[in-house]
Design a protein around this ligand. Structure first.
Ligand code: GLY
Length: 395
């Protein structure tokens, strides 16, 4: 059953708002200063997933799910400024992605889309780089090895089929665009079929009736039937982890782009409205949406950056007469304004990233109230989308 699309509880919070273009240009100029500051460190190396005291350490492209975001930031900087130096560094990083997938360095997980879309699919779309295309197709091949046909989902983590990890997670909705893309460029439908089955299995299970989302959903390894929702990075199994809700907003919108299916549009509106309804006074989410003003908890600004991108894409596809369209247009301006006013690193000289007050995993005590590299990436993508609504997606 599809979730309900919740009413916007306080539409007056999303009234008309003026965000002048000059303010977006100022935000871009500030971002570019920080990117230039970080560039010498992160030419051959990559930022760690989260900062420590607002400084990213440098790591090799052989681990985790995040390296692609830095290369993606460089592509956005190149497209928005036209400065070839960003393109040169981004293209120079492509061999590290090819090596990573050929030699299978830190790719035994589902996050092939996060790693290879903003880096290699972007390099192929912008520059026609053949190595980048090859790396991304190999990454798609790697991703589908985690698909279980009987259960109809791509397993996120751990050994394929292992009981303790036999589950899907909402985040993977951002990995499956790699499969839609792979079908388009190879002409082989198998990638797209797996992606769409995974999409349906995921949204049918993770979206609760009130449009909040489970982070993960376990399956039985013998019967392949769904068992139960559970969290990994959220506060409670039944709460809405802010970033999971954000993946549940942007993910369906990305499937909508490829499939033009009303179900994806419906889920996008439902999960987005839920997110907007649980934002505190300054519009920037706490790390779990069960917390609000007055709670002594950190925020996750990265989840706002993700939902900004979702809404900026969504409004391109919504009917003029849909009352939510106006709400989302206003919400994008209000949230971006709040990020620019209070979450930039411009007054933190040592910071080598863009967006303060994000949280990776509070239960794991990982990157709590720090910068994280996907927050920076989606903030850049959102800025790019606002400055150039005709931006052609990497996803
Ligand atoms: N995809 C992992 C996370 O959002 O933390």
């Amino acid at each position: 059953m599809l979730p309900n699309i919740p009413e916007i509880k306080h539409p007056e919070r999303y009234a008309d708002f003026d965000l002048p273009r000059e303010k977006l240009e100022y935000a871009l100029a500030e971002a570019v200063k920080k990117i230039d500051f970080a560039l010498p460190t992160f030419t051959d190396k990559f930022p760690e997933h989260s900062s420590v005291n607002n400084v990213y350490a440098a790591v090799n492209n052989d681990r985790g799910w995040n390296t692609g975001f830095w290369t993606g930031i460089l592509w956005h900087a190149y497209e928005m400024t036209g400065d070839e130096k960003y393109k040169k560094v981004a293209l120079g990083q492509v061999p590290s992605y090819l090596k990573r997938i050929v030699e299978k360095l830190g790719v035994d997980h589902h996050d092939m889309g996060f790693v290879f879309i903003p880096s290699c699919v972007a390099a192929w779309k912008l520059c026609g780089d053949e190595d980048a295309k090859r790396a991304a197709i190999l990454a798609a091949d790697n991703l589908i090895t985690r698909y279980n046909e009987k259960a109809g989902f791509i397993q996120a983590w751990g050994k394929v089929g292992a009981e303790d990890n036999f589950r899907l997670i909402v985040d993977c909705l951002l990995n499956i665009p790699l499969l839609y893309w792979a079908s388009e460029v190879t002409g082989d439908e198998k990638y797209e079929k797996i992606a769409y089955t995974h999409f349906n299995t995921t949204v049918d299970l993770v979206c609760r009736e009130d449009a909040s989302t489970y982070h993960t959903y376990f399956f039985d390894t013998k019967t392949y039937k769904p068992l139960r929702g559970a969290t990994h990075q959220g506060a409670f199994d039944n709460s809405a982890w802010a970033r999971g809700q954000a993946w549940g907003s942007y993910g369906p919108m990305l499937t909508y782009i490829y499939k033009k299916n009303e179900k994806a549009m419906h889920i996008f509106k439902a999960t987005t409205n839920y997110f907007l309804n649980y934002l505190p006074e300054d519009y920037i989410a706490f790390w779990d949406l069960c917390f609000t003003d007055g709670d002594d908890e950190p925020r996750d600004s990265s989840s706002n950056a993700i939902v900004l991108c979702a809404m900026l894409e969504g409004i391109k596809h919504m009917d003029e007469c849909d009352p939510l369209k106006k709400i989302y247009i206003n919400a994008t301006k209000i949230i971006m304004n709040s990020l620019i006013d209070n979450y930039l690193t411009k007054d933190v000289p040592e910071a080598n990233g863009l967006l303060l007050h994000a949280t990776y995993g509070k239960p794991q005590k990982n990157g709590v109230d720090e910068m994280n590299i996907w927050g920076d990436y989606f903030y850049m993508e959102a800025l790019h989308r606002m400055l150039d609504p005709d931006w052609k997606l990497y996803w």
